[in-house]
Ligand binder design. Sequence first.
Ligand code: SAH
Length: 440
Amino acid sequence: MSVLVRGGSGRLCAAARRVIPCLWSGKCLSSGREPAENQVTPMLRHLVYKIKATGPITVAEYMKEVLTNPAKGYYVHRDMLGEKGDFITSPEISQIFGELLGIWFISEWMATGKNAAFQLVELGPGKGTLAGDILRVFSQLGSVLKNCDISIHMVEVSEKLSEIQALTLTEEKIPLERNAGSSVYMKGVTKSGIPISWYRDLHDVPKGYSFYLAHEFFDVLPVHKFQKTPQGWREVFIDIDPQVSDKLRFVLAPCVTPAEVFIQRDEIRDHVEVCPEAGVIIQELSQRIALTGGAALIADYGHDGTKTDTFRGFCGHKLHDVLTAPGTADLTADVDFSYLRRMAEGQVASLGPIKQQTFLKNMGIDVRLKVLLDKSDEPARQQLLQGYDMLMNPKKMGERFNFFALLPHQRLHGRSHPMNTCQSKPSVSPVAGFGELAWR
Ligand code: SAH
């Protein structure tokens, strides 16, 4: 496959950043590559007006506007996933990925006493491919789940992608209920008869025993960027280039900015990216899991508090200058799992990050591949093997992507959850994926 996954490293501007002056009007921080074409997109025009009116904006505000502005945001009106789009993700590469995640949720449901009901909540579901593969496993294991009341909850800001998700997942004979003004903006029934609802915000998803899933979701949340200077930490902002009209450039704030509180006191790096929105979401997930049980499985590319400049763009499977033609390319930054862990501390236990290769191996990817290969003819076999290589090869997605889980403390210490009335027996079975799958 000649496509580029977003986990690929694209250090577009690290060297230049060390010499930027601490003034709004300072020398331009090069974003690394000269734009192939200086396309004035509607988003660029919008940002130029905004900066002229109210001054330079943080990188976080830039990311938020470019990706999720309700009128012009990159995610809102387009389908960017797959070989014809800008990047490709694991569920789009191989059905095995989603199947193994489906088994993970069932394994956790069983290990915690087979609750009478659960919600599966997916954050940023893309085309709905991952949820589709998980739901197929739920149907195949119908005898195990037969007395369990399941519902599906999608947290999605993109109008376009929510329509694609509905097309992929729902039963077309049952019309969708739509209400753009409501926090539940769409409702339907899946092909296997499970109720499914769409929300823009996790806050609006009903609280209750839930399994949460976020695959390549945290990496698109807005990051603040900071550079260490002789005067202390200074935030990187985005301003208009005074030399070239309709061109953006990076500058450093002349003084301390509020987001600096997110930097650790003992930070040793000279450039950091912090994502307060990720912290808020992790805290919400942790509170929910501590209160009502369940688990969260987060998979993304990232690091454990070690990387510096990871902000980059992708367009047509190529690295793209983050400041060029905004709104036409995906923007992303590696997830800092050490920050996610800190945000969960005290409320729930966390596991990982562990490499995708290890997680999928522990989940039995080799056994599943063999079963599928035995059933397939030649072109399909090639596709399965290529998909396996893409997911598992350390040079491809195997080592760049990580799995991270949030679980109630009781889950790791063998006590039943107080809310879990159907608990059969206290359980201390290992958590699948993070150790070998213990299928009971
Ligand atoms: N999980 C999918 C898609 C990843 S792309 C996959 O792996 O294939 C990121 C997804 O997050 C898209 O569905 C995008 O529309 C959604 N998204 C981006 N920002 C969001 C936000 N702030 N709230 C909810 N969804 C968001």
